[in-house]
Design a protein around this ligand. Structure first.
Ligand code: ZN
Length: 216
């Protein structure tokens, strides 16, 4: 099996990008990080939070997982990676915004329509994790009556973002800060093939171009 030359990439980073941001990195070490937002995105290799938002070191606190899911708040003694990230960003770093970013061609949303029998062991955690997307699938199936599979896929991806935002509000400290006007939640949808980002408008109950939302 071919192995990548990671050293080459790291050297290129050090000589080009690190050099470019060296002052920022040193300042961020000295003063600590103070990111603008918590970005919850999919682990998909084509979704690059800093690249698509033109942000740099210190700007985004990023949690990525399969399907950009937010499990409902569950205060037990288990290991909850996504919840720990949310907790740290909101309660410790005191971020002012949380972006849940879904995307086109999402494998997690596609997998909601596939049969996983025979994968009870090798995909045990993935199959369980995908349950978080089931409400989106159910709503998409009800909403897209005559559409083709591409429409169903996009509807599932977009509804999922809305359900994950709802799940965020089950975290008491998130709800409290949202109600106090100290924390803003955003639902985004990123199109891999065009680079466009749409944003969920809770008043109109639809995704609109990010341009329209930020022009005020
Ligand atoms: Zn995805």
């Amino acid at each position: 099996m071919k192995r990548e030359n990671w050293q080459k990439g790291v050297e290129a980073f050090r000589s080009v990008h690190f050099k470019k941001h060296e002052k920022d990195f040193l300042e961020l070490v000295e003063k600590g990080q103070n990111p603008k937002a918590l970005f919850i995105g999919c682990s998909d290799s084509r979704v690059l939070p800093n690249l698509i938002t033109s942000t740099g070191p210190g700007d985004l606190f990023i949690v990525r997982n399969v399907g950009n899911m937010v499990p409902p708040y569950k205060p037990d003694n288990d290991f909850h990676a996504t919840a720990a990230g949310i907790e740290y960003a909101v309660n410790h770093l005191k971020v002012g915004e949380i972006i849940v970013c879904g995307h086109s061609d999402c494998g997690a949303c596609k997998a909601l329509y596939e049969d996983h029998s025979g994968h009870e062991e090798d995909m045990i955690h993935t199959v369980k994790w995908l349950e978080l997307g089931m409400p989106a699938k159910e709503l998409a199936l009800k909403s897209v009556i005559d559409g083709d599979s591409a429409e169903l896929q996009e509807a599932t991806e977009k509804f999922s973002v809305i359900f994950q935002l709802k799940n965020l509000l089950t975290y008491p400290y998130v709800k409290k800060r949202v109600d106090a006007g100290e924390l803003f939640l955003h639902g985004w949808y990123y199109r891999i093939d065009s680079g466009e980002v749409e944003c969920y408008d809770p008043v109109e109950e639809k995704f609109v171009s990010l341009k329209e939302v930020t022009k005020e």
